[in-house]
Ligand binder design. Sequence first.
Ligand SMILES: Nc1ncnc2c1ncn2[C@@H]1O[C@H](COP(=O)(O)OP(=O)(O)OP(=O)(O)O)[C@@H](O)[C@H]1O
Ligand SMILES: [Mg+2]
Length: 351
Amino acid sequence: MTRKTTSNGAGNAVEVRGLVKHFGEVKAVDGVDLDVREGTVLGVLGPNGAGKTTLVRCLSTLLVPDAGTATVAGFDVVRQPRALRRTIGLTGQYASVDEKLSGRENLYMIGRLLDLSRKDARARADELLERFSLTEAAGRAAAKYSGGMRRRLDLAASMIGRPAVLYLDEPTTGLDPRTRNEVWDEVRSMVRDGATVLLTTQYMEEAEQLAHELTVIDRGRVIAEGEVDELKTKVGGRTLQIRPAQAAELDRMVGAIAQAGLDGIAGATADHEDGVVNVPIVSDEQLSAVVGMLGERGFTISGINTHLPSLDEVFLAITGQKTSEAADGGPQDGPRDQQDVQDKQYEEVPA
Ligand SMILES: Nc1ncnc2c1ncn2[C@@H]1O[C@H](COP(=O)(O)OP(=O)(O)OP(=O)(O)O)[C@@H](O)[C@H]1O
Ligand SMILES: [Mg+2]
């Protein structure tokens, strides 16, 4: 597969300096600096209204910034919009496919818009349908696709022109866990093929799964940035939740964990309401050690989860403040609720 290469060697595919975009009083993007290294994924993490979509729209030439500079593959967003558009792919937050057309027709049409010959557009459409497991559904109207299928069609659409740089604006918001995993696999495979990705998300877990580096934004400003592990360390890892078969064992379990003096394990607490013991951990080794020790001491365990920090907890750890929405007492419906409950079965925790 040939892929357009970016023009600035092995440096940054995206460079943003002091970018500003205001809508009247609303400072949607308020002086953002960020870099996306070529061939990597930058996760832009932020709550509703943080400015993620506005940033992506500026970087896609759909909005003209008020101030600052941004280059993508060496092209300036304001001065070289046409050249820039040829190097990028965009999967917007809201589906962009034509519902009346079939999956195949959608991809074919985009290929033709990108100046592919009829033959090449057909071949490219079929190749991407296959890759995104849509071959069987290719002849059906997109209106009849499930949410996950549409998202995959969106991703396929953004890949037609073999973009060197891809923007994925909340690619999995509203998807069920299985479909979310499928989308993640696709993103990983795009990156293996050499793409550079700027991914916006409200999900700490998504950032953790896909991003090499993270930029956390709120109210149009960068409030933290760094490698995923650095930010995770700031937040303090995961919480291991252990459910004893007998609720009456909760306190005895906490006592046993304290007494065992396992390396780095401290601060286990019993949650009588939920019937679990919470243990802060930073590694899978600690998880195994705690569970193994309890087994050896004859406790019967009926369930184990690990709980990743939510975006709200990340904010709290980084800024000492709640996210603007949580602090404003704003609505907590939709994706934010899902974010708050990021329990994973132990079996699914990656090694
Ligand atoms: N075209 C517009 N006109 C006026 N205000 C806008 C416009 N687009 C965005 N805004 C405002 O700018 C701020 C940032 O919005 P933006 O859509 O960039 O946030 P976001 O991080 O993408 O949020 P979400 O997670 O909900 O998608 C919000 O306060 C929003 O209301
Ligand atoms: Mg958005």
